[in-house]
Write a protein that binds this ligand. Structure first.
Ligand code: FAD
Length: 276
């Protein structure tokens, strides 16, 4: 019997529509949105952190133990972040446009390229940051210029309001006597109407890149995000917190869930991340 690994070259096949990746975590309460860790560097990310630090002393270890966890946590707490920039992860997102608008802000540490030096392949993020103007290349999303949108919209079941104390970053669920379902149905009807008009425009020969302009920002799309371990912790530090919008928080929760055991080995708990 042959076993297949991620490095096995598979015979070329026809392209097909995007599947929900194995292990995807559902994010929003509609069974549409998800976040999935779809690729990562092969080397143990935790071991790489401490070995990257130990290279200063011309030392390395083959396994990761309790003392490594303490070292990794020390590095993080004292801002020695460069050892956290040698491992990269790729996440597949399916999210509404307005969530991507917030997520696409995370650009630094969101790229990994291979370079050649003395015939050896190296992938130092610092090269990207210092010498590369195209830092945001690692976000790739479905193009509404080439692909017809699918009528999938995120409409929350629980409608929220801004709280009376005026904190613009907070929102609270409206009380039970608010007509949540009525509001939701009105929103769904607006989405359906916008999509009907979109289809009509396409039928009249209008280009996809123009017809899409009137679609609402709760429409779902998909993207790949490749990000360093440091970059992903930075994202979690900002987007797990209650001042982040509920919907992007759900994606941060999903990412945290998929990296939790990895982060625990590094001594990085959720409390530590949120305290930053
Ligand atoms: C609650 C909340 C509310 C927000 N509200 C708004 C808003 O109203 N409007 C808006 O436009 N955005 C808003 N943002 C987005 C915010 O301004 C950031 O763009 C976003 O959080 C990404 O963080 P970042 O800039 O640290 O990420 P990245 O750009 O990925 O940077 C990561 C880190 O790299 C370092 N870095 C980046 N660039 C440089 C540089 N040039 N020199 C030195 N170091 C650098 C910094 O340490 C930075 O934290 C909000 C974010 C949050 C969490």
């Amino acid at each position: 019997m042959t076993t297949t690994t991620s490095n096995t070259v598979k015979p070329a096949r026809k392209t097909k529509s995007l599947d929900v990746p194995e292990g995807a975590v559902h994010t929003l309460d509609d069974d549409l949105g998800f976040i999935a860790l779809v690729d990562r560097m092969q080397e143990d990310a935790a071991l790489k952190v401490v070995n990257a630090a130990r290279i200063s002393y011309e030392k390395q270890k083959d396994g990761f133990d309790e003392s490594d966890s303490k070292l990794a946590k020390f590095l993080w707490l004292h801002g020695h972040t460069s050892p956290y920039r040698h491992s990269f992860f790729t996440f597949h997102w399916k999210a509404p446009l307005f969530v991507f608008r917030q997520a696409f802000k995370y650009q630094v540490g969101s790229t990994w390229r291979e370079y050649e030096a003395n015939g050896e392949s190296i992938s130092l993020e610092v090269f990207d940051v210092l010498f590369d103007s195209d830092k945001g290349c690692s976000w790739n999303e479905i193009s509404g210029r080439y692909v017809k949108w699918t009528p999938e919209f995120y409409v929350p079941k629980q409608i929220r309001s801004n709280p009376p104390h005026g904190n613009k970053q907070a929102s609270v669920t409206l009380p039970e006597d608010f007509d949540h379902e009525g509001e939701r149905q009105r929103m769904i009807a607006e989405c359906e109407e916008a999509f009907r008009l979109y289809r009509e425009r396409l039928d009249r020969g209008v280009a996809k890149e123009i017809a899409r302009l009137m679609l609402p920002q709760n429409i779902y799309t998909q993207a790949y995000w490749t990000v360093s371990l440091q970059g992903v912790i930075h994202f979690l530090a900002q987007r797990l917190k209650p001042d982040a919008q509920f919907e992007i928080r759900r994606y941060a929760e999903g990412i945290f869930q998929q990296l939790e055991s990895e982060l625990a080995r590094l001594g990085i708990t959720r409390d530590l991340i949120e305290a930053k």
